[in-house]
Design a binder for this molecule. Structure first.
Ligand SMILES: Nc1ncnc2c1ncn2[C@@H]1O[C@H](COP(=O)(O)OP(=O)(O)OP(=O)(O)O)[C@@H](O)[C@H]1O
Ligand SMILES: [Mg+2]
Length: 1045
């Protein structure tokens, strides 16, 4: 054997790996019988079972078949964590368990999308029902749930206690024996969530309603009702709590089951009923029926003189009538009379005591049996796939669960055991069909050289029972239908006549001496595949007929109880056709079941009962051996071992184990078959260890497979590492690529945007420039579209620039040169601005200043551009006066009296003749001016008489006041010199209102002297001021030149 490319000895490392895992898996015995050293030894087989059972390892495989031994005690192996352990894990990786089978089936269903079924078989009490419940629980807990189907799991689980209450009973073999067969389909949607369910029920053991063997009980529900029902409830049902008071409950002399509490179970059932869709009315109707059956059992008969029966107990009958909602007298009549319909007439015949008793029992059985069927239908309605889902996808796969009665051998076996064991035969046949035969056929189709392993084919027994005309069922039916006197004994005779030579059929008459001793004359024996069973023919015909008097049916049809009226239809009474015989009905439903199962992939759970005493820890080897034999487990094992323990399609095998060989890892490109051959070669399989079929590889010993499986496990970390590495690499690369791509996208988008923006800007700029140039060209035109932009821009720029360069003072004459297009506006603006500044300026001026300004304006009007020293005076303020009041002589002031001096200035007066200078004060009042010499007013000049005022245009201070010549008092014009000539003349002009009488002479001023003489004052420019007598007797005034630069 090679492992990781190296030749490894079987004692080598791989072996160590393998053994460690194997030991972990198989601490006790072997977990798979295929690993048994001696696979032909039944003893070794049973020993392995026993050893494992002793260690509470109740599950063992034969390949994929699960063998389960009932532990009869609670084991800690069904918890939720355990379920998790088995989820998605392969069969070989973990110890055998019912969960492994459940999970494997579930996965097979999901992967192949094919219907599956799990067939649970075993004798009564071996744990079939428990196994099926565990499987359901596993699905309910581990499967994903559909949003609106969350309650389906609940309903599936809750249907169990209800079905068990009505369909299970305590028997000698099992305290909770299923007295009906059950096949349940669970439907899954594409997500693997359970979405629907459906139950098929088979042959309820109705006879138990009226009779129980010693130590057995009626169906649980009767005891649960009596024990658990409230006082009020029992009162309304007219029941008493003690089961001993009811004839139908005392036959087995056993009213209690030690292992279960009827009271608790009652609560469970009552809680479950609403969950699975029972209304309060439904529940009441069901309970009425259950109670009515108990009352019916207590209905007793007496015998009249002519042997006709009559009812002796009125109360129970009345209760029955009340509870079933039927007329009491009709019921009473129907129980004691029989209605026969002949061609001509209807005849009512009284029944004798026995007939009446059996009519009553038939009614009880029929009512219970049909109510049970109704119950199953009701549960089916609640589990049904919702209509819309069903129509949207009819192809949802199902997992079927078959929990059907196991092979049963009682002390007295009757019709029911016959049917039950017939069912076992059919299931065994299916098992043979699907495992043993198909296994061997597979070798043939795959072209594998193979020696057939003999196995017992029970077809012969099935034929014995079901064959048309010759089979037991046909003979029984014939006997039931045959006109004339028929009885169970005549049926037995008929059997002997027809089947006398059959190797599997024996009767007392046909038997040899030894057998005869253990058979009564009323029995026939069938040599079932599982063992020999004697059936007592008593009651066969009746039970097969399963008939009820027509008049009883009529009464039931009229019932007020909804369930009863639905179970007994009117057509049944009117229909002349005979209803199907019970055995035929059962046979047909079994055939249908076989058809259902044949279409599905089966998995098997074979249940074994370790002892008859329901004891934990006790392993009865004889009992177990018997079961091992009849379950065909040894044959099953032999075929698996003699053949190949393991087979798998090339594809699946290669897919799983390819990592073990470098040539097949990671992918094999050639033919699958060659790939498998390469792989097994590399692994060092010996030729006797395996065979290659047409499409599958067959491996002889599980050991070989385990070795390979373990090598794979050992290799897994390496594979995981490789996968991780490449996955991480792949992920990072993908991430890098994604980011890179994203960057490129962002970059290009950004660049594109930027480029577009730049292009747009350029376009706009070019456009602008073009408009600008055009505008420039057309700038002298009128405002037009060609130049509007340019001109607007020029204007705008000008206005903006102007706004920043506006003159800030009224004296600032600067103004921005305007472009031609805004000249007019510029001028307006200049005016506005100036006005604005002036207004503001004016508003700011104080009264004194205003006065000053007024004077300055007047001075300007007089002197501007007229007199040389005017500009120098502009900057100097005019004073209010240059001679303060205290500088004026008091006498002078007194002389002036009320005429207030408005202005005074020191002047120099020149004589008109000699031009002698004399210092004087010139004082101006409102109406006249006076010249004052120290204390005396020298001259008073009325303004009214003042003829004019002359000054030179030079920078001197000469002022000539022209006096009227006709005024004798005046000695001629007055020649004055004042340093503040501008100020003085201005004040005088203002006060004397002489504005228009001021002359400014450029070269000389003529003045009038005394007595009509005339003089002249000449003005010249010189270096400094000089007033002196000049040539020709003129007064010569030299005015200093004023430097204007
Ligand atoms: N796995 C188990 N763990 C614990 N107890 C179990 C287990 N299986 C079965 N039992 C016990 O065995 C009893 C009988 O089991 P169950 O009712 O499943 O038998 P059955 O095969 O369905 O019998 P029948 O054919 O009579 O219906 C159960 O009531 C339970 O006490
Ligand atoms: Mg059962």
């Amino acid at each position: 054997m090679r492992y990781q490319g190296k030749e490894v000895d079987i004692e080598g490392r791989v072996r160590l790996v393998m053994e460690s895992t194997l030991t972990a898996r198989d601490r006790v015995g072997v977990q798979d019988f295929l690993l048994l050293e001696n696979h032909n030894s039944e003893a070794a087989f049973i020993e392995n079972l026993r050893r494992r059972f002793g260690e509470n390892l109740i599950y063992t495989y034969i390949g994929s078949v699960l063998v389960s031994v009932n532990p009869y005690k609670e084991l800690e192996i069904y918890s939720k964590p355990q379920m998790e352990r088995y989820r998605g894990v392969s069969f070989y990786e973990i110890s055998p368990h019912i969960y492994a089978v459940s999970d494997n089936t579930y996965r097979a269903m999901k992967i192949t999308w094919r219907d599956q079924c799990i067939l649970i078989s075993g004798e009564s009490g071996s744990g079939k029902t428990e196994a099926s419940k565990k499987i359901l629980l596993y699905y309910a807990v581990t499967c994903p749930t559909h949003d609106h189907m969350t309650t389906l799991g609940d309903r599936l689980l809750q249907s169990n206690p209800v079905l068990e209450a009505f369909g299970n009973a305590k028997t000698l073999r099992n305290d909770n024996s299923s007295r009906f067969g059950k096949y349940m389909d669970v439907q899954f949607d594409f997500k693997g969530a359970p979405v629907g369910g459906h139950i098929l029920n088979y042959l309820l053991e109705k006879s138990r309603v009226v009779h129980q063997n010693h130590g057995e009980r009626n169906f649980h529900i009767f005891y649960q009702l009596l024990d658990g029902g409230s006082n009020d409830l029992l009162q309304t049902l007219d029941l008493e709590r003690n089961p001993q008071n009811y004839q139908y409950l005392v036959k087995g002399s056993c009213s209690r089951v030690s292992s279960a509490s009827d009271k608790n179970n009652w609560k469970v059932v009552m809680n479950a009923l609403p969950v699975i869709g029972f209304t309060e009315e439904d529940i009441q109707n069901v309970l009425n029926i259950i109670a009515s059956i108990l009352h019916l059992g207590n209905t007793q008969f007496g015998e009249g003189e002519e042997g006709e029966a009559h009812i002796t107990t009125e109360t129970p009958l009345a209760n029955v009538a009340k509870l079933l909602g039927v007329d009491a007298s009709s019921l009473s009549n129907a129980l004691t009379h029989k209605k026969l319909i002949t061609k001509e007439e209807e005849v009512i015949i009284p029944l004798n005591f026995e007939q009446a008793m059996s009519a009553r029992d038939a009614l009880a059985k029929a009512v219970y049996g049909r109510t049970f069927t109704w119950l199953v239908e009701k549960i089916n309605q609640s589990l049904a796939l919702k209509d819309d889902m069903y129509h949207s996808n009819k192809a949802f796969p199902v997992i079927g669960l078959l929990d059907i009665y196991g092979f049963e051998v009682l002390e007295h076996n009757s019709f029911e055991q016959f049917c039950i064991n017939y069912c076992s035969e059919k299931l065994q046949q299916l098992f043979i069909e699907l495992t043993l035969r198909s296994e061997q056929e597979e070798y043939t189709t795959e072209g594998i050289a193979w020696e057939m392993v003999p196995y017992f084919d029970n077809k012969i027994i099935c034929d014995l029972i079901e064959e048309k005309h010759k089979g037991i069922i046909s003979i029984l039916n014939e006997e039931c239908l045959r006109p004339g006197e028929t009885s169970d004994a005549s049926f037995l005779e008929k059997l002997e006549d027809t089947l006398g030579n059959h190797p599997h059929f024996v009767t007392h008459k046909l038997a040899n001496g030894k057998t005869r001793k253990v058979m009564s004359r009323e029995e026939f024996r069938l040599l079932h595949y599982a063992g020999e069973v004697n059936y007592n023919v008593n009651g066969f015909l009746d039970k097969n007929n399963d008939s009820m008097n027509r008049n009883l049916k009529e009464v039931m049809c009229q019932s007020d109880n909804q369930i009863i009226s639905r179970c007994f239809s009117r057509e049944e009474v009117t229909d002349q056709k005979r209803p199907q015989m019970a055995a035929t009905h059962f046979k047909n439903s079994l055939l249908k079941l076989m058809e259902i199962l044949m279409t599905k992939e089966p998995s098997y759970v074979r249940c074994i009962k370790p002892n008859d005493a329901k004891q934990p820890g006790h392993f009865d080897e004889v009992l177990v051996r018997h079961q091992v034999r009849y379950l065909g487990l040894m044959e099953n094992l032999r075929v698996r071992r003699a053949g190949f323990a393991y087979r798998r399609s090339f594809e699946a095998f290669l897919q799983r184990y390819k990592p073990l060989c470098p040539e097949t890892w990671p992918n094999w490109d050639g033919r699958l078959e060659d790939g498998v051959a390469t792989l097994v070669n590399y692994l060092g399989y010996q030729p006797e260890e395996y065979k290659l079929g047409r499409s599958k590889i067959f491996i002889h010993l599980p050991k070989t497979l385990f070795l390979t499986e373990d090598a794979l496990q050992a290799k897994k970390p390496e594979i995981a590492l490789t996968l991780q590495t490449s996955w991480r690499g792949y992920r990072e690369r993908a991430k890098y690529k994604r980011i890179r791509h994203a960057i490129i996208v962002i970059q290009s988008a950004w660049r594109g945007m930027k480029g577009r923006r730049r292009a747009r800007r350029r376009r706009q700029a070019a456009e602008l420039i073009r408009r600008f140039i055009k505008g420039f060209i057309y700038r002298h035109e009128d405002y037009c579209p060609e130049n509007e932009y340019f001109l607007d821009h020029v204007r705008y720029s000008f206005l903006i620039k102007l706004s920043k360069n506006l003159p800030t003072s009224v004296l600032d004459k600067s103004w921005l040169a305007s472009p031609p297009s805004v000249t007019e506006a510029s001028e307006h603006l200049w005016k506005l601005h100036m006005q604005n500044m002036v207004t503001k300026y004016c508003n700011r001026i104080q009264p004194e200043w205003k006065n000053q300004m007024t004077q300055k304006v007047v001075a300007s009007e007089i002197f501007k551009d007229q007199k040389d020293n005017y500009p120098q005076s502009v900057g100097r303020l005019f004073l209010d006066t240059r001679i303060e009041r205290d500088q004026i002589n008091l006498k002078v002031l007194q002389t002036l009296g009320s005429d207030k001096v408005q202005y005074g200035a020191p002047v120099t007066k020149y004589d008109r003749r000699g031009f002698k200078p004399r210092p004087r004060q010139l004082l101006l009042s409102n109406t006249f001016a006076v010249l004052v010499d120290k204390t005396k007013i020298k001259q008073k000049i009325d303004y009214a008489s003042l003829g004019g005022i002359s000054v030179s245009s030079l920078s001197d201070g000469m002022v000539v006041l022209h006096m009227p010549t006709e005024d004798n008092k005046q000695k001629g014009d007055v020649l004055l010199h004042c340093n503040h000539v501008i100020e003085l003349v201005t004040k005088l002009a203002l006060i004397a209102r002489m504005l228009n009488y001021i002359n400014i002479k450029p070269g000389s001023i003529r003045y009038a002297g005394a007595r009509g003489t005339e003089g002249i004052v000449d003005f010249v420019r010189g270096s400094e001021l000089k007033v002196a007598k000049g040539k020709r007797g003129h007064l010569l005034v030299t005015a200093p030149r004023i430097n204007t630069t």
